[in-house]
Every structure is written in structure tokens, then in C-alpha cells.
Design a protein around this ligand. Structure first.
Ligand code: HEC
Ligand code: HEC
Length: 408
């Protein structure tokens, strides 16, 4: 890995995790601030949706806006499954006949309201943006893509989408809000639909509920079990899990609750997933950040293999993990983290020369981009993994405290 690589510079993570560690320790001592989140108002009284957001809610749940007539945003981002898929498939089906397999795992779309457009931070760290590769600058821009994606809602054009909208039962709501002719202007109507979807995700508290056991713990209203406490300590410890370096667990200095992502990017070397049809072609690779549309980062080959750090809130409710949905359980996903370098033969195939092909989901030329400099990936074959099997279970117990809807 080149020392100048902006995403993997150890000093950046060092500085950040030192801060995190101090904050996490303070919080664990009970001196962390609690109360309503200033960014979202979560924790304050119930919010009523504006007319725009209420329209967005109808659009979000309407399968009539897809070419199949059977797929809505909520099909892949189900409110009852923490706005992730309700099934355990590695990626979701879509298309006109719902027979096209998607290329990437469908993420939970909670806790994105404070995320911003993609940018390089002052120290060069790629940060922010929507999708696994940050290509959409806002929730509104993001919302325009699924309608037209041939492997998702598969409309032929914006005009097609707006025609479907004008046949919806709630088309009258749209006209009442934006005027009788609003559906005649295709671009304007499409822009308003996507704006309504954004507004719904920003206003509906379910998208940023902050009702997990861990939130209650930070507010001083719940106690973690022995096992959950051990898991949290391993999660934060820079020499062990080191998870908080990328999935921050401590409240912000303003009292805002942690999101368990810093919206940065990293290349983890997740093994290739043979369940994905696109991978039947041995020459196909999903390169993530460097290969995103519209090609603005094509020259940044040091970013090939990097994907956005997802929030770990509600992660225990997922049925597939990582951008390619390679793992089906948290146990596998975490064991991969800590044994990737100590036992690579467990995770990667053996090549013609009898050697293990580490990072086989990247072409050889980009394998050096994979993070191998910081815990838990800084081990080598024969070393003890950063976490033992029972410590992995401790971290999993902690991750279960990040699910919304905690009832004491
Ligand atoms: C067929 C399944 C499917 C449907 C339908 C779907 N999505 Fe998604 N969604 C995905 C996948 C897969 C990704 C990640 C794609 C990528 O990174 O390239 C994603 C990503 C997102 C993200 C970005 C998450 C992040 O962390 O940056 C948001 C927000 C989102 N979808 C909202 C929506 C909305 C709004 C709709 C309806 C207009 C919708 N989705 C319809 C599967 C789906
Ligand atoms: C150096 C940054 C970094 C560190 C350290 C790190 N992660 Fe991650 N994590 C990521 C990135 C980036 C992804 C997405 C990678 C991908 O899909 O290719 C991810 C994905 C995950 C996922 C999958 C989530 C999902 O929705 O698919 C889990 C679970 C996870 N991390 C848990 C952990 C735990 C537990 C630790 C500590 C043992 C940890 N991570 C340490 C960056 C990091």
C-alpha cells in the first residue's frame, strides 16, 4: 500500500481514534450528555409530517411506480426491517419481471440525514455522498436512480414514471400541492417526486429514531450486561477490534448521538461472492469508488476497492453483510475481519500455483489498496486473531444493542 494513500494513512486514523477513545471513555463513565439530538430533534415530541413529506411517504410505498407494478422503495428498504430488505438475499431482485439480480447489497437507509455530498476532507480522506460509492450528492439525487435502474424499478424514462404517478390514487395530492398542471411538466414533476422522497426521509422519525438500548445507555437510562460491556470495550480498543476508528461509538462534542459511521471509505478486501450473477464473468469486478458514474474518480486508482463505511445501527437485523452481500451472519462477517490475515485460506480460494488468492474480488493490480495497516487487519499467518471466538461473540452482543425499538 503506498504510504501516500489518502484513505489508509495510519496517522489520520490514529488522530481520530485517540479522540474517539477519550470521548468513549467519558461516555462510559456516565459524563456524556444525553437528551434530544440537536441534528434531528429525535428524543423530542412526535413530529407531524409536512404535506411534502406525507406525499413522499406515499411515493415511497407505492409499487405502482415500478415497471413490474410490484416493487416500491419499501420493498428493498422495509420500515419493519430497519429500512433494509426483510429477506436474507445477498442482493435484491428487480426489473420489469423482477427477474434481474441487483449488483450490490441493499443497505439500511436510516441515519443518513446528517450525511452530506461526497468530498475530499482537508487531509484527503474521501467522505460523504450517497450509495456505496457516494455518487449521489443528496437524498434527492439518490431517489431519482431506482425508478430508472433496469435492475430495480425499471421504468423506461422519467416520462414513464410521471405517467404512473398521474394514475396513482394520490395524484390529486400532488396537484393540490404543486398546481393542476404540475404533472404535465415531466422534469419538474420528477424533481418534485424526488424532493418529496427526501423530505419524507428527513422528517419521519423512524429514519433516525435513536431508540436503541445503546442510546438509552448513553442517556443513562439503561445498563449494559457484562457481555455487552466487554463487547463495547473490544469494539473501541485500538489494539483489538478498533471498530470505532471507522464506526464511531461516542457522542459528539455537541451531545449528538453516534452514527457508527464516519461516512468515509475503505477497501476491506471482502471475498468475491459467487452467488452474484455478475461474478460469473471472471473479468467482472465491482471496483467501488474509483469506478463510479460518471467517472469523475477514474484516475484515482488508489481508491479502487473502496466502499463507504455503513452505519452499524440496526446491523444485527440484517440478513446479508458488506457491499456484495458475501456474508449471511454477523458471526461470519466479524470472524472474517479478525481472521482475514491470520487464516486467509478460510476466506479465499487457492490459485493454480497452490497459493491463496487473497482479495480475490479485486484484480491483482488493485489488491495493494486493501487496508492491511491497522487493527484488526494488521496480523499475519500464525498470529493470534485480534479477537478470539468468544470475544467476537461479545462484540456481536454489543452490536445487538444498536437495534432501534429497545423495550426495557
Ligand atoms: C431493488 C431494490 C431497491 C429498490 C426498489 C430501491 N433501492 Fe435504494 N438501494 C438499493 C441498493 C442495492 C442500494 C445501494 C446501491 C449502490 O450503492 O450502488 C440502495 C441505496 C439507497 C440509498 C443510499 C444509502 C446510502 O447509504 O448511501 C438510499 C437513500 C436509497 N437507496 C433510497 C431508496 C429510495 C428512496 C427508493 C425508491 C425511489 C429506493 N431506494 C428503491 C436497493 C433498492
Ligand atoms: C478501517 C475502517 C474500518 C474498521 C476499522 C472497521 N470497519 Fe467495519 N466496515 C468498514 C467498511 C469500509 C465497510 C464496508 C466494506 C464493504 O462492504 O466492502 C464495513 C462494513 C462492516 C459491516 C457490514 C455492515 C453491513 O451493513 O453490511 C460490519 C458488520 C462491520 N463493518 C463491523 C465492524 C466491526 C465489528 C469492526 C471491528 C472489529 C469493524 N467493522 C472495523 C470499515 C471499517
Amino acid at each position: 500500500m503506498p504510504a501516500a494513500s489518502p484513505i489508509l494513512t495510519p496517522s489520520r486514523r490514529w488522530a481520530r481514534r485517540a479522540l474517539l477513545w477519550v470521548a468513549a471513555t467519558l461516555a462510559a463513565c456516565g459524563s456524556g450528555e444525553s437528551g434530544p439530538n440537536p441534528a434531528t430533534g429525535a428524543g423530542a415530541g412526535a413530529l407531524r409530517l409536512s404535506a411534502t413529506a406525507a406525499l413522499g411517504e406515499k411515493i415511497f410505498h407505492d409499487p405502482g411506480l415500478s415497471a413490474s407494478g410490484r416493487q416500491a422503495c419499501s420493498s428493498c428498504h422495509d420500515p419493519d426491517a430497519a429500512h433494509a430488505p426483510a429477506n436474507a438475499l445477498p442482493v435484491q431482485p428487480g426489473g420489469v419481471l423482477l427477474d434481474q439480480q441487483g449488483g450490490r447489497q441493499s443497505p439500511s437507509i436510516r441515519y443518513l440525514d446528517t450525511n452530506r455530498a461526497f468530498r475530499f476532507a482537508d487531509d484527503g480522506t474521501p467522505t460523504g455522498g450517497f450509495f456505496w460509492d457516494g455518487r449521489a450528492a443528496s437524498l434527492q439525487q439518490q431517489a431519482g436512480e431506482p425508478f430508472l435502474n433496469p435492475r430495480e424499478m425499471a421504468n423506461a424514462s422519467k416520462a414513464d414514471v410521471v405517467a404512473r404517478l398521474s394514475r396513482a390514487a394520490y395524484a390529486a395530492d400532488f396537484r393540490a400541492l404543486y398546481g393542476d398542471d404540475a404533472l404535465a411538466d415531466v422534469d419538474g414533476a420528477f424533481r418534485r417526486m424526488t424532493l418529496a422522497l427526501q423530505q419524507y426521509q428527513l422528517e419521519d422519525r423512524a429514519f433516525h429514531a435513536f431508540t436503541s438500548k445503546y442510546d438509552e445507555f448513553l442517556r443513562g437510562r439503561a445498563t449494559l450486561t457484562e457481555r455487552e460491556r466487554r463487547g463495547l470495550a473490544l469494539f473501541n480498543d485500538p489494539a483489538r477490534g478498533n471498530c470505532a476508528a471507522c464506526h464511531p461509538s461516542a457522542p459528539g462534542s455537541d451531545g449528538s448521538l453516534p452514527l457508527f459511521t464516519d461516512f468515509s471509505y475503505d477497501a476491506l478486501g471482502v471475498p468475491r461472492n459467487a452467488q452474484l450473477q455478475q461474478n460469473a464473468d471472471p473479468g467482472f469486478f465491482d471496483l467501488g469508488l474509483c469506478a463510479r458514474a460518471p467517472g469523475d474518480l477514474a484516475a484515482r486508482t488508489d481508491l479502487c476497492g473502496a466502499f463507504k463505511v455503513p452505519s452499524l445501527r440496526n446491523v444485527a437485523r440484517r440478513g446479508s453483510f458488506f457491499h456484495n452481500g458475501r456474508f449471511a451472519t454477523l458471526k461470519e462477517a466479524l470472524t472474517f475481519y479478525v481472521q482475514r490475515d491470520t487464516d486467509p485460506q478460510k476466506w479465499y480460494p487457492v490459485g493454480a500455483d497452490g497459493r491463496v488468492v487473497k482479495f480475490d474480488d479485486l484484480p491483482p493490480v488493485y489488491r495493494a489498496n486493501v487496508n492491511a495497516s491497522e487493527a484488526p487487519y494488521n496480523r499475519k499467518p500464525g498470529d493470534a486473531p485480534a479477537l478470539s471466538d468468544s470475544e467476537v461473540d461479545d462484540v456481536i452482543a454489543f452490536l445487538h444493542t444498536l437495534s432501534d425499538g429497545y423495550q426495557p
